[in-house]
Ligand binder design. Structure first.
Ligand SMILES: [Zn+2]
Length: 475
């Protein structure tokens, strides 16, 4: 009988904080600049240079911790993490070790599951080694050295690759809402290390784990976990044992292979950073950061369901980013019709953004203008079809819905005398249908409405035309 195994995963996520300057000096954090231009004696580790902590980095780190429900400590301590690497000029990283900024949080990942977050600590990034295989050398770019990061460490409570993906998506969503990071995996502002092991279901203790480093997309995290977990299971099945080590995932070959052997934490010879005092935060300051937090996606979805009567699927689409939700709420309020606003934002707006690859912040039609357009449909001034044409014009030229609709002759005509004049013309031009309709053949009403719509170039209010024709048949 074969044993059933379960996957045990804990994730370490490095997130770059959205500051203008580095963690301990005033160098710019901007991405993609010419190598080694954003450096100074502090981040180059020149002798005698001293670090000065970036207050904004502390604020963003605390914001992230509170957004994820962690307790932020009033006192935390920076520590030196010593190791040698060519892109680490000081020979150590300033990090936090036994006294981290924040501990104990949880993250809901859907399906009623929550994953514990052990801790969040602050640290600085290292530089970047650029390997040029063709030239046969490695170059060092220290623009990243000293960029502020937080490391978010989860409890080993993730039980499948799908849960790992759900955890990462939920984490990223909250960090984006809290505006603490761009969370761009392409630019390296969100990086994932995954600790994985396998154990027979029911076994109380954990078996030896391996750590897959520097996974650069959520789908790569899921793929790498599946591969490495399968290897663990196979080794256990064959009666072997797993060696604790660092692994790398090769996305092209779809394989996980061993890197350098895993250093235990004692190898880093952590000690308190002598150049920085302990980080002391007043409880009132922490409260202030907490009050500054926005409404988060789960709360927003619940509110959309309760006050706008939107379904779960619609609420999910509209809260996928904070900016889309903000836009939708403005449209809903200007239109006076949340359901219609939801349909227009999810339909026309998101489709247009999909096509252009743009961001809602760059969408040329302001929320108030779209709301006005929807209000014109509601009060009968515009048909749905005409409104779509007007929106297309607004996208091209700007301008307000009412002005464009009037200028381009799109406004629906509901004025009785104009409609009766068209009906009279149709009546005269189609004597056969008119006579049969007047004689009681009610199914011809649709045909006659069609003639009127055609004559009015689509501008007649079809509801009113129907009423007027009905009245005429009755007489
Ligand atoms: Zn610097």
């Amino acid at each position: 009988m074969s044993i059933t195994y379960e996957m045990i995963v804990g994730l370490e996520v490095h997130v770059q904080l959205k500051t203008r300057t580095k963690a301990f000096c005033r160098c710019s954090t901007s991405f993609g600049d010419h190598p080694n231009t954003n450096t100074c004696p502090v981040c180059l580790a020149l002798p005698g240079a001293l670090p000065v902590l970036n207050a904004r980095a502390v604020e963003l780190a605390a914001r992230a911790a509170l957004a994820l429900g962690l307790e932020v400590h009033e006192r935390s301590v920076f520590a030196r993490k010593n190791y040698f690497y060519p892109d680490l000029p000081k020979g150590y990283q300033i990090s936090q070790f036994d006294r981290p900024l924040a501990e104990r949080g949880t993250l809901a990942i859907g399906g009623g599951r929550s994953i514990g977050i052990t801790r969040i600590h602050m640290e600085e990034d290292a530089g970047k080694s650029v390997h040029d295989r063709f030239a046969g050398f490695t170059a060092i770019d220290l623009n990243r050295a000293g960029v502020p990061l937080i490391e978010i460490v989860s409890e080993p409570e993730i039980r499948s690759s799908a849960e790992a993906g759900a955890y990462l998506r939920a984490l990223k969503e909250i960090l984006l809402y809290a505006e603490v990071s761009d969370c761009s995996m392409e630019e390296g502002s969100l990086r994932v290390d995954a600790n994985v092991s396998a154990r027979p279901v029911g076994e109380p203790s954990y078996r030896t784990r391996t750590e897959i480093k520097n996974l650069n997309s959520f789908s790569n995290v899921e793929r790498a976990l599946e591969i490495e977990y399968a290897r663990h299971c196979a080794v256990h099945e064959a009666g072997g044992s797993i060696v604790q080590q660092t692994m790398l995932f090769d996305a092209h070959k779809n394989e996980v292979r061993g890197a350098r052997s895993k250093e235990g934490s004692h190898d880093y010879r952590y000690f308190p950073e002598p150049d920085l005092p302990p980080l002391v935060l007043a409880s009132a300051w922490i409260q202030g950061v907490r009050y500054g937090l926005p409404e988060f996606p789960a709360a927003r979805r619940a509110r959309y369901a309760a006050s706008y009567s939107l379904g779960v699927a619609d609420a999910e689409v509209l809260t996928a980013s904070r900016a889309v939700g903000d836009y939708f709420e403005k449209v809903a309020s200007a239109a006076g019709d949340p359901k219609a606003a939801a349909n227009w934002v999810m339909g026309e707006v998101l489709a247009s953004l999909n096509e252009s690859g743009g961001d809602i912040g760059e969408f040329p039609v302001k929320a108030e203008s779209l709301g006005e357009l929807i209000a014109l449909i509601r009060n009968g001034s515009l048909s749905n079809t005409a409104a779509k044409t007007v929106l297309a014009t607004m996208l091209r030229e700007g301008g307000t819905a009412a002005t464009i609709a009037a200028r381009d002759g799109r406004l629906q005509i509901g004025d009785d005398s104009a409609l009766i004049a068209w009906i009279d013309e149709v009546w005269a031009e189609h004597p056969d249908e008119s006579a049969r309709f007047a004689g009681g053949e009610r199914k011809l009403q649709g045909v006659l409405v069609g003639f009127v719509m055609k004559k009015s170039k689509g501008r007649a209010d079809p509801k009113k035309v129907n009423q007027l024709l009905g009245a005429r048949a009755g007489t």
